[in-house]
Design a protein around this ligand. Structure first.
Ligand code: ADP
Ligand code: ZN
Length: 761
């Protein structure tokens, strides 16, 4: 339809609504807070040269026209016909904070995850960049051409003339201090020149924070083995083709996946391109940093302990193309590399790649979208690929590359189970460590090896119960049993950190003789002290690793051999490479097995396989003992045989049968509120709307619920959830969009939408 035709369909504007200039620049903006927009604003002529998509602008909002900062997402010439648009008041950024392709990526995230675009933008551009942390606005002086052309004719005091001449001759604008130093004068002649209008002032932000980067020793380059070479060749082929493809690098623990990434990156940086390597936050160890720093000259490591100023500094260097490799956790997928060459997601199965607050994005999906848009390869690496990625490889969407063996023909460790049912019947041991495990630890220590023990529960006892009346001490605010922390004699909620002094008398029936049950890492610590006196052991969990740097220190001490036994939660299962570890023990493989979550088996398989992979990485070999009450469970059976293929082959049909991911898409809606009935009623009515939207669209969508969430109360809020499942994600999203449009929850009730949820508790 032509513009003229279009106008025929517009009602005639009232005379006072007609804008004088018909054709005007229009900025479309979104807000991080409600109302999110998008809204159109007219750009006044004075701002036309500076306004641009990807910059922030200040605009009037609402009846009172208060000034609000917004993100400009589009700038276009358009006709202002029917109504007078409000005008943009100011442009806040000198340069766009997002490139056109990153802007499109934010649009995709916003649509895919049903999250307002303004919220996405605030997540993509770090706070330190938005506030220009670590910079100072500085005045720079220069001589306008109309003045420099007639400098010789000016009648000025000597000092002023001299300063003016020096400034005119300078190839770069100077600060007043720099000019004073160069002209050997005070600031006053410079001020006088300014007052006479002979010099021009420009404000620019200069960086005041510099991050010192430590150089690392060069690491030797090893010849690749045949499987590694084949994987590299496949990645290289995609790199050279200039098109996108996702490669799933399925390599057992210790098979040399990182070496393959590094070689591929070495190749692409020769063409002036950059790589982004995403790893789980916990893997951002000095070991990882060192590996990349020793092989590349300019590496940016983005971890969560950076200050705003440091983050901004890295961002600037990345955006200028000065960085070859960005290594970081989840949000590094947004690194503003100007010429992206490849994205790698290492340990792609790791749950930390999904953000558990808005925007609830998964870095793998965002990376896939970005790699597609920029026509570059995405490499996903894991010894235990997520079933999502495995399924896509089977469907032919991803290319599967395998590294089936460890480097240097090292064998995978022998894994044996210890049946805790027998152990308990025969009363061989009290406590967490079975007789077999005790013997194995003794043996490993005697042979000079090191030991890793996994117990995925922190605290001392995981439940506090009265043996007389059965009362379990629970959190006041959450539907969770409190954990006894013996060192502080506190009962702690692991969801909200509510703490009370551990009672020794049952608060219900006054029985004196509370019983502590369930093993936590603190209790294991006690037991290790008793069983292995004098052996240096270190607990690693989120209680002991709170200070920045403590995790790194602990690992350094373990590497140096000062610590013989490292024990703790899943933190110790991830990516660590210590050649001297000859024994891994899993204290209880069942902790996650019976969670009300369809991924419980997958998580258990991953955890056991990953922790088992921490041993036998050196020349001395290694073994693994897995204590379990269900040694015959398929997930545990597959893990002890290092048999991912069989695990996946058993698990996928189950997912298919129950329409769970990856066989179908899923959306979870949580309603929460301080009054139970109110939250429940709202969950009911929201679910009613979902059914109505589904019927209207005649869509193949399954709606389950509402039901109380497995964690039915969290931080004083009652929680209800509804699950939606479908083969057709766009239809699913459309239904949620329709059902939640103009949704107004009562009082303090809130609702959240989680697309592709990982957490179902
Ligand atoms: P993964 O990431 O698959 O667990 P890594 O890349 O960490 O494996 O490699 C494990 C160890 O083997 C590292 O110490 C690495 O330096 C070493 N390595 C990698 N490739 C080779 C190779 N081709 N020859 C010898 N050692 C290798
Ligand atoms: Zn709590």
């Amino acid at each position: 339809m032509s513009k003229q035709q279009q106008d025929l369909f517009q009602p005639d504007p009232a005379p006072w609504e007609v804008d004088d200039a018909n054709e005007r620049l229009i900025a479309t903006v979104v807000f991080p807070e409600p109302p999110h927009g998008p809204f159109d604003y007219a750009v006044p002529p004075s701002l036309c040269p500076t306004v641009a998509a990807g910059k922030r602008v200040r605009v009037p909002l609402g009846r009172g026209n208060r000034s609000v900062d917004a993100w400009c997402v589009q700038v276009e010439y358009g006709r202002v016909v029917t109504r007078r648009l409000k005008e943009v008041r100011a442009v806040l950024d000198d340069q766009p904070l997002l490139s056109p392709s990153m802007l499109r990526l934010t649009e995709w995230i916003s649509e895919h995850y049903l999250c307002p675009r303004g919220v996405v933008l605030e997540a993509v551009v770090p706070a330190g960049v938005r506030t220009a942390a670590g910079t100072r606005a500085t005045a720079f002086l220069s001589v306008p051409t109309r003045v420099s052309a007639r400098i010789t004719q000016l009648k000025l005091p000597t000092k002023q003339l001299q300063a003016l001449k020096i400034l005119a001759a300078s190839p770069e604008p100077l600060t007043a201090q720099q000019l004073a130093a160069a002209a050997r004068c005070t600031l006053s002649p410079i001020h006088q020149l300014r007052d006479k209008g002979l010099i021009e002032i420009q404000m620019r932000r200069v960086q005041t924070t510099e991050v010192a980067e430590r150089a690392e020793d060069a690491d030797s380059r090893r010849p690749l083995n045949r499987d590694q070479q084949q994987a590299l060749d496949a990645i290289r082929e995609v790199l050279n083709s200039g098109r996108h493809e996702t490669l799933l690098l399925y390599g057992v623990t210790g098979s040399g996946k990182t070496e393959v990434y590094i070689r591929a990156i070495e190749e692409l940086i020769q063409f002036g391109r950059q790589a982004i390597v995403l790893v789980p936050e916990i893997s951002l160890t000095p070991q990882t940093r060192q590996r990349f720093r020793s092989r590349f000259e300019r590496v940016a490591v983005l971890h969560s302990h950076l200050s705003d100023a440091e983050r901004h500094w890295h961002w600037q260097r990345i955006a200028r193309g000065e960085i070859q490799v960005v290594v970081g956790a989840r949000s590094a997928v947004f690194a503003p590399t100007p010429q992206l060459g490849m994205i790698v997601l290492d340990e792609e199965h790791d749950a930390s790649f999904k953000q558990d607050q808005v925007p609830r994005y998964h870095a793998r999906e965002v990376a896939l979208q970005r790699a597609r848009a920029e026509g570059v390869p995405l490499v996903l690496g894991s010894a235990t690929p997520s079933l999502e990625s495995w399924y896509r490889a089977q469907q032919g969407e991803f290319r599967l590359l395998k590294l089936p063996a460890r480097v240097l023909d090292r064998p995978l460790p022998d894994v044996m189970t210890v049946d805790l049912r027998l152990e308990h019947q025969q009363r061989h041991s009290r406590g967490a460590i079975s007789r077999q495990l005790q013997q194995a630890v003794d043996q490993a220590l005697r042979d000079g090896g090191q030991v890793i023990l996994l117990l995925n529960r922190r605290g001392y006892s995981t439940s506090i119960q009265c043996p007389s009346c059965g009362h379990v001490i629970r959190c006041r605010d959450c539907d969770i049993a409190l954990t006894h922390h013996r060192a502080e004699n506190l009962a702690v909620c692991h969801y909200c950190d509510y703490r009370i002094a551990t009672p020794d008398i049952c608060p219900e029936c006054r029985f004196a003789g509370i019983r502590f049950a369930g093993q936590g890492t603190q209790r294991l610590e006690q037991e290790l002290k008793e069983r292995f006196p004098g052996v240096a052991a270190l607990r690693m969990d989120s209680d002991t690793m709170q200070r920045p740097g403590s995790h790194e220190q602990a690992l350094a001490a373990f590497r140096a051999g000062e610590i013989r036994i490292l024990f703790g939660t899943q933190m110790i299962a991830k990516g660590l490479d210590f050649p001297n570890v000859t024994l891994v023990g899993v204290i209880n493989a069942d902790t996650a097995l019976h969670f009300p979550d369809f991924r419980a088996a997958e998580r258990t398989f991953q955890l056991v396989t990953q922790v088992a992979g921490r041993t036998g990485r050196g020349e001395r070999g290694g073994r693994v003992l897995v204590q379990t009450f269900s040694p015959e469970h398929p997930a545990i059976q597959a893990a002890i045989r290092h048999d991912y293929d069989t695990f996946a082959a058993q698990e996928l049909p189950v997912r298919q049968q129950f329409h769970y991911p990856p066989a179908a898409s899923m959306v979870r809606i949580i309603v929460r509120g301080p009054v139970e009935t109110e939250a429940e009623e709202f969950a009911d009515s929201l679910t009613g709307r979902l059914h109505a939207a589904k019927n209207a669209a005649n869509a193949e969508v399954r709606i389950l619920g509402p039901a109380p969430a497995p964690i039915a109360k969290l931080q004083s809020k009652f929680r209800f959830h509804t699950l939606l499942q479908s083969q057709d994600l766009p239809a699913l999203r459309a239904i949620v969009r329709t059902a939640t449009a103009d949704l107004q929850p009562p009082g303090e009730v809130q609702w959240i939408v989680d697309v592709d949820p990982l957490n179902l508790l």
